[in-house]
Design a protein around this ligand. Structure first.
Ligand SMILES: Cc1cc2nc3c(=O)[nH]c(=O)nc-3n(C[C@H](O)[C@H](O)[C@H](O)COP(=O)(O)O)c2cc1C
Length: 166
């Protein structure tokens, strides 16, 4: 199953593309809010996703994982994040717990997601406070993240889904 938390829809788009990649399989997609942590043991593979907020997975994801009692044999992770750094360790604790419980992490996928959760005016105000060179750099980066995940990102997510069942 594909199980995810998404606040502004980016991670949800990626989740749906991963699902497409898992096409031939008997697969479910569920928001984490609608998933019973005690049901995880019934799946062969759980593909778990979240946006990154202040460098972390959403609390709903970490809380959910603390309530899992029996682990499925396999997990995979995905996330969407706006910054180029600082997201890589987000799953580390969960990964350790999973491995301590004799379950395997068979793949990880990440993707840029435009930050739609902060009003444009707030971003503009933040940019105004930066020294000119840094401001330019940040503006260029924000431009790069606009509209993402884009078509190519979603294709990549689909391929990731496919790679999990090969
Ligand atoms: C309150 C807040 C905090 C965020 N913190 C980070 C962060 O620390 N690092 C990062 O790369 N992106 C951060 N982002 C950007 C989100 O991770 C990104 O837009 C992601 O795609 C959101 O996923 P969602 O639409 O599924 O909720 C933050 C966004 C919000 C709204």
């Amino acid at each position: 199953m594909v199980c995810y938390f998404s606040n502004t829809g980016n991670t949800e788009k990626v989740a749906k593309s991963i699902l497409e990649g898992l096409e031939d399989k008997d697969v479910e997609i569920l928001k984490i809010e609608d998933t019973d942590p005690l049901s995880l043991k019934n799946y062969d593979l759980v593909v778990l996703g979240s946006g990154i907020y202040a460098g972390k997975l959403h609390k709903k994801v970490t809380d959910f994982m603390t309530n899992v009692n029996e682990y499925p044999p396999k997990f995979a992770f995905f996330n969407t994040h706006q910054s180029p750094t600082g997201y890589q360790k987000a799953f580390r604790r969960i990964k350790n717990t999973i491995e301590e419980n004799n379950s395997k992490v068979i793949g990880e996928f990440d993707c840029i997601g435009e930050n739609l959760g902060i009003p444009k005016e707030t971003t503009l105000k933040m940019l105004e406070k930066l020294p000119p060179e840094e401001k330019k750099k940040q503006e260029a980066y924000l431009e790069k993240t606009a509209g993402r995940p884009n078509i190519q990102d979603l294709e990549n997510a689909k391929s990731f889904g496919k790679s999990l069942i090969k």
